[in-house]
Design a protein around this ligand. Structure first.
Ligand code: PQQ
Length: 553
């Protein structure tokens, strides 16, 4: 019996089954072998988004039907995904709501609704999004828009502690799922496009919320050796937030964490230099937070390409230990995860801001595509949202393919001089125009970077990917279609329209021995998407939720 009475809405079944919900360190470390649960942002510490489940196959996937649905009761953008422990589902909605649900019935066990400050709105780059909760031991952890980490009891939803990490009036917010690594709760901040807000990654004690370490992603002091990579002390207003969840290698005790764009976004002339560590993946010591190494994808970024996207830890067929990273700058990278050196780089989508690469995959920039004050740089590809947005790719150890959601589009930009003001957007653009979007899914050979198959679509790819041992790959799109395709050819197998756009990440797990597939749906948060997006999808209704699919009986 549940020690606390559930809230009791969405009741499909009168009886309640107790489901153990304690998450141990061993469960977290062995999540790559655990078919039943979904414990990490990327399913396992390697961030593969691959499930060993094979009840849903290429043959029977057309029998998938909705089993139950949860309405979030909010209209904002929905970027979230489930965390699943022994059939209990934890999911967040925008506005920092958390729901605990019985996976078999959809019955709500508890919900937590944060009361957010009324003046938060104008400071949000991408609506009031949240990307999910971490569950560790007997607690649930969420990072909030008003810069707190809140710890809830995972059985009752009651607040155990709260820790304030910043000041939302500066533009700093938190939108992503915490990472549990080395016994600590690790979070990264958002708000990079509101320049003063320094990127930071913070590790907290899970029991008390005390800060164990905090690492900043760019200089905060002129004595920092990286200050030389920002001309005229431009690091002072240099952004470089840490807004997506990193991942972890327990063997080397290394955390991999991405860093976003420098600010002002579109005027690189006022911050000459490489602007370290903007647009990089950091390799950090999980014990101390010390930066051991890094790889920078876009030095002196002029296009808001960020560098936050996920790193997927793969041992490739040449025996190399690598991370694979699809960047907003339109390229897929294989980086040696021991040395931090680049193995190869290939395009994901249409790209014209580079003319090639020099040593260690350093881009050679096409000067025509760099925004300046005196003319509009036209048709820069990719668009600021990226050749791949933040939506994570999946890697299947069965096919050895990486499944990447891509966007084909371009933008026109003219820069302008701009003074930084506390808590305000710091883009420095006079003209910022998006050109029409398409996109799709591409499957890459994880060892060579060759494209094995491609499924173009008329809309940008706006959900994360899920790969399964059953040979089925799942993805959603901005028109609301939730798709299943073959992992080896990309051939379409099944689809279902959820009634609004999909911008969350699919997951799969078992409840009482049966495989389910979950998708969070609702409009997207993408920063400047309304430029084109509103036009494309103005027929769509808002409203978000989560739909759970299972095989019909
Ligand atoms: O620089 C930042 O701090 C930051 C934060 C976020 C966010 O936290 O969601 C986004 C972005 N940048 C961004 O560039 C972007 O395109 C974006 C899209 C979305 C979304 O919710 O779909 N968030 C964000």
């Amino acid at each position: 019996e549940d020690p606390e009475p559930p809230l009791g809405i969405n009741v499909l079944e009168a009886t309640f089954k107790w489901r153990p919900n304690y998450v141990s360190d061993d469960m977290l470390i062995n999540a790559d072998k655990d078919a039943n649960n979904w414990l990490h942002y990327g399913k396992d510490y390697q961030a593969t988004r691959f499930s060993q489940l094979r009840q849903v196959t290429q043959d029977n996937v057309k029998k998938l039907v909705p089993k139950w649905n949860l309405s979030f009761g909010v209209n904002d953008a929905q970027d979230s995904q489930t965390t699943v422990v022994n059939g209990r589902i934890y999911v967040t909605a925008s506005q920092n709501k958390v729901f605990s649900i019985d996976g078999a019935t959809g019955r709500m066990l508890w919900k937590y609704e944060r009361s957010l400050p009324g003046d938060l709105g104008p400071r949000l780059c991408c609506e009031a999004v949240n990307r999910g909760v971490a569950v560790y031991k007997d607690m649930v952890y969420m990072a909030t828009l008003d810069t707190h980490v809140v710890a809830l009891n995972n059985t009752t939803g009651k607040v155990v502690w709260e820790k304030k990490l910043g000041d939302y009036t500066t533009g700093e917010i938190y939108t992503s799922m915490p990472l549990v690594a080395d016994g600590k709760i690790v979070v990264g901040n958002s708000g990079g496009d509101v320049g003063a807000n320094v990127g930071k990654i913070t590790a907290l004690d899970p029991d008390t919320g005390e800060i164990v370490w905090q690492t900043t992603t760019r200089p905060t002091d002129a004595k920092d050796p990286n200050a030389k990579t920002w001309a005229n002390d431009s690091w002072r207003t240099g952004g470089s937030s840490a807004w997506l969840t990193g991942n972890y290698d327990p063997k080397s005790n290394t955390i991999y964490w991405g860093v976003g764009n420098p600010t002002p976004d579109f005027d690189p002339s006022v911050r000459k230099g490489d602007n370290l560590y903007s647009n990089s993946t950091l390799m950090m010591d999980a014990r101390t937070g010390k930066i051991k190494n890094h790889f920078q994808y876009t030095p002196n970024d002029a296009w808001d390409y960020d560098g936050n996207n996920e790193t997927i830890l793969v041992d490739d067929e040449k025996g190399r230990k690598v991370w694979l990273h699809g960047d907003r700058n339109g390229h897929l990278y294989s980086i040696d995860r021991v040395t931090g050196k680049c193995n190869w780089v290939v395009p994901i989508a249409r790209v014209n801001w580079v003319t090639g690469f020099s040593d260690n995959c350093r881009p050679i920039v096409n000067p025509e595509k760099v925004p300046g004050y005196d003319k509009i740089a036209k048709d820069i590809a990719p668009i600021l949202d990226g050749g791949k947005e933040w939506h994570p790719a999946a890697y299947s150890p069965k096919t050895k393919l990486l499944y990447v959601p891509y966007i084909d589009s371009s933008m026109d930009i003219q820069a302008k001089k701009m003074e930084w003001k506390r808590g305000e957007w710091f883009l420095s653009s006079k003209v910022l125009k998006a050109n029409p979007y398409t996109g799709g899914i591409k499957a890459f050979n994880a060892t060579t970077g060759e494209v094995v198959w491609s499924r173009p679509q008329s809309t940008p790819a706006t959900s994360g990917m899920l790969a399964t041992a059953g040979g089925v790959v799942f993805a959603g799109d901005a028109e609301g279609w939730f798709h299943a395709m073959r992992d080896d050819t990309g051939e379409a197998l099944w689809r279902f329209n959820v009634g609004t756009g999909i911008h969350g990440n699919p997951t799969t797990f078992t409840v009482d021995g049966k495989q389910y597939v979950a998708i969070v749906y609702g409009p997207g948060g993408g920063s400047l998407w309304p430029l084109v997006y509103d036009e494309l999808f103005k027929h769509q209704n808002r409203g978000g939720g989560m739909m759970i699919f299972g095989l019909s009986e």
